[in-house]
Design a protein around this ligand. Structure first.
Ligand SMILES: Nc1ncnc2c1ncn2[C@@H]1O[C@H](COP(=O)(O)OP(=O)(O)OP(=O)(O)O)[C@@H](O)[C@H]1O
Ligand SMILES: [Mg+2]
Length: 140
């Protein structure tokens, strides 16, 4: 049964990410899909803080992947928005990251859904007409 939540502010989105972190363990993959500017990176900020890390989380749109290792479990934060081809992912070591016992967070995973392993947490972000963010959670 899919779950969902709404976040009316940036702070609420960060708090939702922080709470979600409690469900996660090394090896988990979290896919953040949906609208441009819907709050995926802010959710990731909360998730990383929820793991006890004070790493500064920023958008990996240009770096493609960022590593946050200050929490109870390392987080590898990807953004596939700029990727044209799945081989680019292999080039930055996607398979190696999957083998590391960290938590992988992927923004814009809808570009290469076939690369997501079974049991991936999939969060779909939508901006409602009043600007509130609606997020649906499911497992792949
Ligand atoms: N309820 C909300 N939750 C999150 N962000 C919000 C909310 N309301 C407004 N915002 C604004 O929306 C923007 C969200 O930016 P963020 O980088 O988190 O989005 P994103 O989904 O990662 O975008 P992109 O698709 O470019 O990666 C910020 O400027 C933030 O201030
Ligand atoms: Mg983002």
């Amino acid at each position: 049964m899919d779950e969902s939540f709404q976040a009316a502010t940036e702070a609420e989105m960060i708090e939702a990410g922080r709470a979600f972190a409690a469900r996660l363990k090394g090896g988990d993959v979290v896919a953040l899909d949906g609208d441009l500017g819907a709050g995926k990176t802010h959710f990731c900020k909360g998730l990383v803080a929820g793991l006890g890390s004070d790493d500064e989380v920023t958008s990996p749109t240009f770096s493609l992947v960022q590593e946050y290792r200050a929490g109870r479990c390392p987080v590898f934060h990807f953004d596939w928005y700029r990727l044209e081809d799945a081989t680019e992912l292999q080039n930055i070591g996607w398979d190696d990251y999957l083998d590391e016992d960290g938590i992988l967070v992927v923004e814009w995973s809808e570009k290469f859904p076939a690369l997501l392993p079974r049991d991936t947490h999939v969060l779909s972000f939508r901006i409602l007409p009043d600007g509130v963010r609606h997020v649906t959670l499911s497992r792949r």
